[in-house]
Design a protein around this ligand. Structure first.
Ligand code: IFM
Length: 511
């Protein structure tokens, strides 16, 4: 057995690999002469053995990996070495591996009546999710890094992407979802500190974070088209906290896991609602609560065109999410066993005025609309210029990264009605129409039978779908609206006529 142990530079994590190589002929071990080549950061074994013509030999190499973050691990080198020595032969290991996948597919497969290509792609995506959020995840204090295992972009940072996989996992592997929520809970202290530092109350989860939950969002972004470093204001995407609230609540709705809600989930929900209540302010002229200096999920808009400061006023997605979560936050405590609810109230110092403030916000958050009733992505969006998409496409071909293209030409995406990915329409992805109608009516805004379809059509014509999740969300919404499903290509904006707005019946997961 040969082994190598390394330590990562920043997190001081030890990682060891151990390898056992055996040679067999006719099922019997073959005598092998071994030579070791070793330097400080490299190890290799050379094998010499007799070969006879037409007599096959089988070289079998088993490798184990152990890290100092694995539970029940002392020295990683010892652990990796012991595991590889104890490991059975290849055939048995392969058998176990296949058995594990077979079980996973029985639990996680989604079958469609569509053509094989669709089925194949669906399974590819499920496979990706299961590689990143595996059954080991809950034991590893791991979140959902943006690129999973498929690339080093985003440096392994955790954003809000778990929102897209939570429901799938909660229905199939709820223990994994719970593990992901616990990952957030362990970083609640950091989120509280972040809120306090920014002058807010409650817990503000950072837009990008890593191992310890501190804000890792870069302040500068390299535009490869111009070679220039440009300011990165994405830290204003506070909506990540709303996504975590959503995930906690839906996990509870799907699983009914009251112990989780009691011990950890409710605390996160309360602290997140408290955060938003401290970010919002009441505008007496409108008699509504407003939220300023935030960005929605669309990252093309970071600020108003000539503004020096980052952030926008009243991002509709954020404000509606806040109205929704404020309506729920107060209702969570009564779901808990009384002693726990009382303990939480006293430990977190929750007072009656706060509960009524949340209730009031759930009825009086401000949502901006265009003159024709379309929900405005944020206040002032309607005044922005229309982009000539046709001309852009003709000139650049792939225009998914319009922001980089425009900036490299000295222009500014903030000037235009363009979106990188689903923003307002995320609402139609996350909630069924019936829920949104209730939500809007609770806010005393009109929600018409064609509200979803009109908004989706409006946004689709102005979205570059630069991110992989965005076409997925757009497709899901389209199916929900009864429109035709068509794959979005690079630089392709979806244009579709939603035939009839279909209101699906209420599911258990719906609040
Ligand atoms: O979280 C996403 C964000 O919504 C768009 N930019 C990339 C991030 C990481 O996937």
């Amino acid at each position: 057995v040969i082994a190598l142990k390394v330590r990562t530079r920043q997190s001081n994590t030890y990682i060891s690999q151990a390898a056992r190589t055996r040679v067999f002929a006719a099922g019997q071990p073959v005598e092998v002469e071994r030579r070791l080549f070793q330097s400080e950061d490299y190890i290799q074994q050379g094998l010499t053995f007799e070969l006879a013509q037409q007599a096959p030999v089988r070289v079998e190499k088993m490798v184990t990996v152990a890290t100092s973050r694995d539970p029940a691990t002392g020295d990683t080198l010892v652990k990796a070495g012991a595991s590889v020595v104890r490991s059975p032969g290849f055939a048995q290991t392969l058998g176990r591996h296949m058995g594990a996948w077979e079980e996973l597919w029985r639990v996680c497969d989604v079958r469609t009546r569509c053509d094989e290509e669709v089925q194949h792609r669906l399974r590819l995506h499920i496979c990706h999710i299961l590689q990143v959020c595996s059954r080991h995840t809950p034991h590893l204090d791991a979140g959902v890094p943006a690129r999973g295992l498929n690339g080093e972009a985003y440096r392994g940072h955790v954003f809000w992407d778990e929102l897209y996989v939570h429901r799938f996992l909660a229905l199939r592997l709820p223990e994994v979802t719970r593990g992901l929520l616990m990952y957030r809970h362990r970083r609640l202290e950091e989120a509280r500190a972040a809120a306090q530092e920014a002058g807010f109350a409650g817990a503000m989860f950072p837009w990008q974070s890593g191992s310890d939950g501190t804000d890792e969002t870069p302040r500068w972004h390299l535009n490869p088209l111009s070679g220039r470093w440009e300011p990165d204001l994405s830290r204003y995407q506070r909506h990540v906290s709303a996504a975590i609230f959503y995930n906690v609540w839906h996990y509870f709705q799907i699983t009914g896991d009251l112990p989780f809600l009691r011990d950890d989930g409710a605390e996160m929900m309360v602290e997140i609602a408290r955060f938003w209540a401290s970010v919002a302010h009441f505008n007496p002229d409108r008699e509504r609560y407003e939220i300023h200096a935030v960005m929605g999920p669309d990252e093309f808009h970071e600020k108003y065109p000539s503004a020096r400061e980052g952030g926008l006023r009243n991002n509709a997605y954020t404000n509606v999410m806040v109205a929704w979560l404020c309506g729920l936050a107060g209702a969570v405590l009564p779901l808990l066993p009384e002693p726990r609810a009382d303990a939480l109230r006293s430990r977190l110092d929750i007072w009656d005025g706060e509960l009524s403030l949340w209730e009031d916000m759930s009825r009086r958050m401000f949502v901006p609309f265009h003159e024709d009733g379309i929900v405005s992505q944020f206040e002032g969006y309607e005044q922005l210029e229309e982009l000539d998409w046709g001309a852009c496409r003709k000139r650049y071909g792939n225009i998914q990264r319009l922001d980089r293209i425009l900036r490299s030409e000295g222009d500014d995406p903030n000037r235009y009605k363009v979106s990188k990915q689903a923003d307002v329409v995320m609402l139609f992805y996350l909630f069924f129409s019936a829920t949104l109608r209730r939500l809007f009516e609770h806010l005393s805004y009109e929600y018409r039978p064609d509200t979803a379809a009109r908004n989706v059509a409006y946004c689709d014509q102005r979205t570059s779908h630069s991110r992989g999740r965005s076409p997925g969300a757009a497709g899901a919404i389209r199916v929900r609206l009864g429109g035709e499903l068509r794959e979005l290509g690079p630089g392709d904006t979806a244009t579709f006529e939603a035939s009839s707005p279909v209101v699906r019946t209420r599911r258990r997961s719906e609040p």
